[in-house]
Design a binder for this molecule. Structure first.
Ligand SMILES: [Zn+2]
Length: 201
């Protein structure tokens, strides 16, 4: 398992087998000799997902029903959407699209998300456990920073961000800022700069 964790951290290839188990890519060329990951960090887990696929230009949505992964159980979850759908990637990453990809491809990403979730939970979800791999969180300040106006909205509606949740995120961002809640500093200034540009354009 340590090798797979390495692969996830370094965005390497992870093989998703039938049934949803993850495997190390036999063709992997990463040097794993000094893998820092404890091999007993993640054992074997089973999940039951509810998956919704849509005929229109939306990506599928997946919910973990067993175990239940929700905002109520994990208020600090970095990668759950507002309705508790898991978010295996931002639509702006352009890794999945109807016509090019299938629901099975989406489930590959979902399996990898579940592995990352296991690590996050076992490394202390309630005190900011570790989310492995490169991914921005779904805090509104982060979304404003990483999702372009014309990208698909992260909610999966298939609409452009500017025509869907962007205004709502901007007001949420302003409310957070005005009420003095902590917003991660490194995105705060960038998000402010984007809003300033938008105001003047
Ligand atoms: Zn939206």
């Amino acid at each position: 398992m340590g090798f797979i964790l390495d692969d996830l951290v370094l965005s390497g290839v992870v093989i998703v087998r039938t049934g949803g188990t993850l495997g190390h890519d036999p063709g992997c060329r990463l040097g794993h000799a000094d893998s820092p990951y404890e091999t007993d960090l993640v054992g074997s887990f089973a999940f039951r997902l509810q998956v919704l696929a849509f005929a229109c230009n939306r990506h599928p949505c997946a919910y973990s029903v067993s175990p239940r992964i929700s905002r109520i159980r994990f208020p600090l979850h970095p990668h759950l959407l507002a309705d508790d759908a898991i978010c295996p990637y931002l639509p702006s990453d352009d890794v999945w699209r109807w016509g090019r990809n299938t629901v099975a491809d989406f489930l590959d990403f979902a399996s990898i998300w579940l592995a990352k979730h296991c690590v996050w939970e076992s490394t202390g979800a309630c005190n900011g456990g570790r989310w492995i791999g490169v991914a921005a969180s779904h805090a509104v300040a982060d979304l404003l920073h990483v999702v372009g106006r014309n990208d698909q909205c992260p909610c999966g509606s298939g609409r452009k961000y500017k025509r869907c949740h962007r205004e709502q995120h901007i007001s949420a961002f302003r409310n957070q800022r005005d009420s003095g809640q902590e917003v991660r500093g490194r995105y705060m200034n960038q998000a402010k700069a984007r809003m300033a540009l938008r105001g003047s354009g």
